[in-house]
Design a protein around this ligand. Structure first.
Ligand SMILES: [Zn+2]
Length: 269
């Protein structure tokens, strides 16, 4: 009986040990997978009532004119970026359909899902018909007049008192996230140049600091991409090309991958 008792105590100890090991392995794996799955929030600019930059595509043969909205192209590219990121990251969109979403709501989403980074996708427009090229903005203070014009366009949904509050918030946030934002912008821009500059003969307008409220309000390392000019007749044809959109989106995803490789360790938030 004593022997049997000892055996059963030993069996009990072993089964407890097995249980402990099983739980230990399970929770370790869970921790590793949670810690390594970074969260990316992709923001297709504008949407719903807000078309963003507008252009007209003429089809001479069919005698047709098609209205092109920045919001639609931004959504297509954003979805492609999400697709390329999905196997390794938790990638979310601020809007998945053509809907009106305020700048604050977009930024609040970053808090809700505890995003590590925020990527806003846009397309440029200019009264000068030959305005062309792609550029990458990161959140920072600056005094560049040309950049201020673009800010006015992209910030136009933040008005009055809210705009002042946003400005204060932006100042507080910038110091904290500017270095990472610049690093992220540099990596994304390099990949974009590699994928589309030569093939599509596009002008590289460079990496610039800017104060976009949607970036500041997101309160994390963030970048705003202007993929090209919808107002340029030659450029819009390239932008509407499925292969261009794939290559651009893949470049963004690759840039994000490289950013996280270089920023290993605990997540920013
Ligand atoms: Zn825009």
């Amino acid at each position: 009986m004593i022997l049997n008792g000892q055996k059963s105590i030993q069996t009990l100890k072993l089964s407890n040990m097995n249980k402990f090991l099983t739980y230990f392995v399970f929770f370790s794996l869970l921790y590793v997978s949670c810690a390594s799955a970074q969260v990316v929030l992709i923001d297709p600019g504008h949407g719903g009532e807000d078309c963003g930059a507008m252009a007209y595509q003429k089809y001479k043969k069919q005698k047709k004119v098609q209205v092109i909205c920045e919001k639609d192209i931004a959504l297509i590219i954003a979805k492609k970026v999400q697709k390329y990121l999905r196997p390794d990251f938790n990638a979310y969109l601020t809007r998945t359909i053509d809907s009106t979403v305020g700048l604050e709501k977009r930024a609040n989403m970053a808090d809700k899902i505890r995003a590590d980074i925020f990527i806003s996708i846009h397309l440029n427009s200019s009264k000068m018909k030959n305005g062309q090229g792609y550029e990458t903005f990161y959140l920072s203070n600056h005094n560049d007049k040309a950049v201020k014009k673009i800010e006015q366009v992209e910030n136009k949904n933040a008005k009055g008192e809210q705009a002042i509050i946003n400005k204060i918030l932006a100042d507080l946030v910038i110091d904290r996230v500017a270095p990472q934002s610049k690093r992220l912008a540099t990596l994304l821009h390099k990949e974009i140049s590699k994928n589309i500059k030569k093939k599509y003969k596009l002008t590289d307008r460079g990496i610039k600091p800017a104060l976009f409220y949607v970036l500041a309000l997101s309160k994390r390392p963030s970048v705003l991409l202007e993929a090209g000019f919808v107002s340029n007749e030659r450029e819009i044809k390239k932008i509407l090309n499925n292969d261009f959109q794939n290559k651009y989106a893949l470049a963004v995803a690759n840039g994000i991958r490289r950013y996280f490789k270089k920023n290993k360790g605990f997540p920013f938030f």
